[in-house]
Design a protein around this ligand. Structure first.
Ligand code: FAD
Length: 488
């Protein structure tokens, strides 16, 4: 158990400012506050106008349920969660005035604009004679910690992984506080429902609700299920979207309902019980998340600018209704459409399919990766400023450690290889369910009789492909050559 007694905090109420750490276990700020023995005031501030990281619709839905769950846990521990809406700096000062709090604790977050705001706020609050302390919790390492031999940040994953394995030794997670001393008076708190985070008209989040249980208990349940049923076989199974072989912990991580330290320690407990290849592959994926944040923190414009500025000269096409067809999953390529519909219906998409749909948008359609990134941000429950940006730039070819440009995912072969029995496509594109496997990923090649028997009329019940694969590939390579000519 970490001992925070070394912390020099005044004998006054302590504010714990929750942000993307919506859990009570392995929450360093909360435990530090509990150990002071002073009244604890847990606070969440909805900064709807916070332009640093606006939440998409799917994540607003998640946030509602996650806060409800956190609120229950804190109530049980003895210190109810205070919900306020507005600018965090003002709200914190408001609560200090109302309660006489002497310190503010939080766990660090890492979007560059947030780092700046938090640093400014910390110094502001300290100027007002408050004690302010911040803690780790979102990442296994501090993103500026690892440096290459020449002292700069890493740009390539494999050496990053090597350096991480050699010098980062994630701490063991800590448990939840046994109890919290609550503040003596009831503090004003918004009614969560009044924040209108859950869509009503239309109520489009039904499929998301069927798929997920936001909150710390839901996260622990997922982890338990993954360790007992899916870690064994992960290295190969993780590529098949029709199988449940990945942990689906990403939205829980995005909201901090589980910490990476908890995942790291839990997998350690399974070391030796599953093949080493599965164990290591899983950990490497968790470290991809660390790498994405390493990139974002060290290259703060990564969310909006091409990492490789040559791509500023890339001849992107106007998105128009092609973007809409991609978003709706009506491209005419079943594997791509299944992915986009999975995203819309459940708020999540399998990693293999994210790569295929991403490549389709930026290479087959030549639409700027930023349109894809924005759509994912609005529809994914796990939208993550680090991983989403770094992955889109990787797919587009503009990122650090990007895929070589000629690596253009073939949407037919991807489907045939990674959804060989068609279970994934049949689940999300049911209008093709009765096609035989042989034609499922390329219905336009099926004989008329086969289509008729399966109830498929191309162009009516299911679209014809919006671009032809070979031609689109050639067009993408020509666009790349044009960019190279322009940039010398
Ligand atoms: P698992 O296979 O169980 O992996 C465990 C954890 O490792 C994940 O929860 C995640 O935190 C991390 N991880 C796994 N793969 C990656 C990866 N390639 N990059 C970074 N971290 C990884 N992931 C997000 O969390 N948020 C995003 O917004 C996001 N956007 C993406 C956009 C594109 C275009 C692509 C290609 C990938 C994106 N990813 C994103 C990465 C990856 O697809 C998801 O992390 C993964 O599918 C989550 O499912 P899981 O939890 O079952 O993963």
């Amino acid at each position: 158990m970490n001992d925070f007694k070394g912390l020099d905090l005044p004998e006054k109420p302590v504010i714990v400012w929750f942000r993307n750490d919506l859990r009570v276990s392995d929450n360093m700020a909360l435990t530090a506050a509990a150990q002071t023995g002073n009244p604890v005031i847990p606070l969440y501030v909805l900064e709807k106008d916070d332009e640093t990281v606006p939440l998409g619709g799917a994540q607003e839905w998640w946030l509602h349920h996650s806060l409800a769950s956190l609120s229950n846990s804190l109530e049980r521990l003895g210190a109810p969660l205070v919900l306020r809406r507005g600018e965090a700096a003002n709200i914190l000062k408001e609560i200090v005035d109302e309660t006489g709090a002497g310190s503010v604790l939080w766990n660090r977050r890492y979007v560059p604009a947030q780092i700046k705001r938090d640093a400014a706020l910390k110094s502001d609050l300290r100027d007002s004679a408050l004690a302010v302390e911040s803690f780790d919790g979102q990442l296994l390492h501090e993103p500026t910690q690892l440096k290459t031999g020449s002292g700069g940040p890493y740009r390539v994953y494999t050496p990053f992984w090597r350096a991480f394995s050699e010098s980062c030794h994630p701490r063991p997670p800590i448990g939840a506080p046994k109890e919290l001393a609550g503040f003596k008076a009831k503090l004003a708190s918004d009614d969560l429902k009044s924040w209108s985070l859950v869509p009503t008209k239309p109520h489009w989040a039904g499929g998301i609700g069927e798929e997920w249980t936001p909150g710390e208990d839901g996260a622990q349940e997922r982890l338990k299920h993954f360790l007992s049923d899916a870690l064994d076989g992960y290295a190969d199974g993780r590529d098949f979207p029709g199988k449940e072989h990945t942990s689906k912990l990403s939205p829980h991580l995005a909201f901090g309902e589980i910490s990476p330290f908890q995942i790291w320690a839990a997998t350690e407990g399974n070391r030796g019980e599953v093949p080493d290849r599965d164990f290591t592959t899983y950990r490497k994926e968790v470290v991809w998340r660390e790498f994405s944040w390493h990139l974002l923190v060290n290259f703060p414009d990564l969310r909006s600018e091409n990492y490789n500025s040559d791509f500023d000269a890339f001849p992107w096409r106007e998105p128009g209704d092609e973007l809409e067809r991609w978003q709706k999953g009506t491209t005419g390529y079943p594997f791509i459409d299944a992915g986009m519909r999975q995203l819309w219906r459940t708020g999540w998409m399998h990693n293999r399919v994210r790569m295929a749909v991403g490549s389709f948008l930026v290479k087959h359609l030549l639409i700027d990766w930023r349109h894809g990134e924005r759509w994912f941000r609005d529809t994914l429950v796990d939208a993550d400023p680090g991983s989403n940006t770094a992955s889109w730039q990787w797919i587009a070819g503009s990122g650090a450690d990007a895929a070589p440009y000629f690596r253009i995912f073939n949407p037919i072969l991807q489907g045939e290889k990674f959804d060989p029995d068609g279970s994934y496509v049949r689940q999300f594109v049911p209008e093709l369910a009765d096609l035989p496997d042989k034609y499922l990923h390329k219905p336009w090649e099926a004989p008329e009789k086969t289509l008729r028997k399966a109830g498929v009329t191309l162009g009516e019940t299911y679209p014809k492909p919006m671009v032809e694969h070979k031609g689109a590939r050639q067009r993408a390579m020509a666009a790349y050559e044009e960019m190279k000519r322009k940039t010398g």
